[in-house]
Design a protein around this ligand. Structure first.
Ligand code: 9MR
Length: 309
């Protein structure tokens, strides 16, 4: 059941408008604590079409102690999404941050390979068939476009890319498998070049990478450059591109609409996710970067995007 109209904060669904424009979904990051507070659930029910767990599906949240799983918050999110007809983006399987210390401490390549395979199979297996996109790898590049230093790169070199994606395809053949990163917002930037190179290399080697996720945590004035960055990412041999964690300092309407128009103009760009509903809960406190203000009122940027669509 959709929320009653008087509890909705924006009359028109940005997701419905985006789908009508030919795209897959317009979603938002959330989690149990948020869904149980304020107008988050009502707004998501009425206005968005997909949820990404802001923290609940990260390795550190799921398995801080080896072999002991904390599924509660992740299960809550998946069940909420399913019962409310929302798609899910799984975030994220392999990431150097919010990584349990027991994983950080592994030095043996065979052991780390097995641990990655088990993690991917266990987490993706649990939600198999329910998750539209999985961020298999998150933030593996340094700013100069080379591989970031992490336990994964130190112990396995670039091979962990193949290990993780091969395990992911096996665990849930229906999920679109993504490599996700930030600072992919400007065409020609070293990290964008590095991403296209890395994905091209591994795709040509037969590794099943379906999409590139560009987080898109940006400042005002950067929105106009996003389309060219999407075009460059789309030059990699992937099926699709998604904007996965959008937020823009002070939420200027011109930048938000430019990002949405950029995605509309690039055929491979299939989806947009904003990184939270309300400024009250944004990780960028003080920057007011989201589409709903601290009182859950939709901003100009929200209605202008719907207008554009
Ligand atoms: O928004 C998330 C915040 O609540 C967490 O404390 C933080 C922990 O690292 O992660 C934030 O989400 C990040 C996402 O998982 C990956 N890209 C950057 C996001 C913002 O930091």
């Amino acid at each position: 059941m959709p929320a009653a109209l008087n509890s909705r904060q924006a009359a028109a669904s940005i997701h419905d408008a985006f789908v009508a424009a030919g795209k897959e979904f317009f979603g938002v990051a959330t989690d149990q604590g948020l869904l149980e507070r304020g107008s988050n659930a009502a707004i998501i029910e009425a206005n968005f079409g997909q949820v990404t767990g802001e923290n609940s599906m990260k390795w550190g949240s799921l398995e801080a102690t080896r072999g002991s799983y904390n599924w509660g918050p992740a299960d809550f999110l998946a069940e909420w999404a399913t019962s409310n007809g929302k798609l899910i983006r799984g975030h994220t399987l392999i990431w150097h941050s919010q990584l349990p210390t027991w994983v950080e401490g592994i030095t043996d390549p065979a052991e780390l390979t097995e641990v990655i395979q088990t993690h991917v199979a266990t987490v993706m297996g649990r939600y198999a068939g329910q998750v539209a996109h999985w961020d298999v790898l998150n933030e593996i590049l340094a700013e100069d476009g080379t591989l970031r230093d992490s336990v994964f790169s130190r112990v396995l070199g670039e091979e962990f890319v193949a290990i993780a994606f091969n395990a992911a395809r096996e665990a849930d053949p229906n999920a679109k498998l993504y490599i996700n990163d930030y600072n992919l917002d400007r065409a020609g930037y070293a990290k964008v070049n590095g991403m296209v190179e890395l994905v091209t290399k591994w795709k040509n080697a037969g590794v099943p990478i379906d999409g590139i996720g560009t987080q898109t945590h940006i400042s005002g004035g950067m929105g106009a450059g996003v389309q060219a960055a999407l075009e460059q990412l789309a030059s990699a041999p992937v099926d699709e591109i998604a904007i996965t964690e959008l937020d823009i300092a002070q939420a200027p309407s011109a930048d938000y609409t430019a990002v949405v128009e950029g995605c509309l103009s690039v055929a491979k760009c299939v989806a947009i996710t904003v990184w939270g509903v309300s400024d009250a809960d944004s990780w960028r406190q003080g920057e007011n970067p989201l589409l709903f203000d601290g009182s859950f009122q939709p901003k100009q940027a929200y209605s202008d995007i719907v207008g554009t669509l």
